[in-house]
Ligand binder design. Structure first.
Ligand SMILES: [Fe+2]
Length: 229
């Protein structure tokens, strides 16, 4: 995916988010140079910030997701059982843009339709070995009310509605009828280790540097800020 396209997606996504009255934190607008110079551990090491992914497949409009991690806790606090155990993201799923089937090992997440089109989630329960159970009925809490669906059933969330996905529950999602602003409230987030995909794909974009980055992506931090190739 070209850097120029990522820059364009950031500009469009920022305008879409603002159109709903959601305002991003100040560091969202820091230049790459400012982020590198100031290097707050609470941003860089917690991996807060922009995350535009095509899952390494180079077809963002069909397979991709716009994410911005607004806050993120500490894995060691999870082990201690107290402290900053939570995370928040704001995301955009475009109309018919798939976020592919995956599950999490540690993270429980509430996925919230914050506005726009319908958010459709395809859901499966985990089998004994963690794989997809293609027969078991799906049971998920939706705003405090348990909803039951057949395996692979489609849960459609209107603006304002949300679903709680406990670790292990398989999910894929996309926008229907329009682009969707999505909120995520979750347990501490680690995108380096806690995404298990049904298909062999990556979690981040492979970037072709055809212009300078407008903003650094979380997946750029290692190379651009800490100088690791
Ligand atoms: Fe997820």
């Amino acid at each position: 995916m070209k850097r120029s396209r990522i820059n364009e997606i950031i500009r469009e996504g920022d305008a879409f988010i603002r159109s709903f009255g959601y305002v991003m934190p100040p560091f969202a607008y820091w230049s790459p140079e400012e982020l590198k110079t100031r290097r707050p551990a609470g941003i860089v090491d917690s991996r807060l910030g922009w995350d535009i992914t095509d899952y390494g497949q180079g077809k963002y409009d069909e397979l991709g997701l716009f994410l911005f991690t607004v806050r993120n806790g500490r894995a060691e606090d999870l082990t201690r059982g107290t402290g900053m155990l939570y995370a928040e993201k704001i995301m955009i799923s475009r109309k018919d843009q798939l976020s592919p089937m995956h599950r999490h090992i540690v993270k429980a997440e509430d996925i919230i339709n914050r506005g726009g089109g319908k958010l459709v989630l395809e859901l499966f329960m985990p089998a004994e070995d963690g794989g997809i159970d293609r027969h078991k009925e799906v049971e998920v809490p939706t705003d405090g009310v348990v909803r039951k669906l057949p395996a692979g059933g489609l849960l459609k969330l209107d603006p304002g509605e949300s679903v709680t996905l406990l670790p292990g529950v398989w999910h894929a999602f996309w926008g229907e009828g329009g682009d969707v602003l999505i909120g995520e409230v979750s347990t501490v987030n680690d995108d380096l280790t806690d995404n298990i995909f049904a298909d062999p794909i990556g979690r981040f974009s492979n970037i072709e540097e055809d212009e300078a980055p407008l903003r650094l992506l979380v997946s750029d931090y290692d190379r651009f800020i800490d100088g690791n190739a």
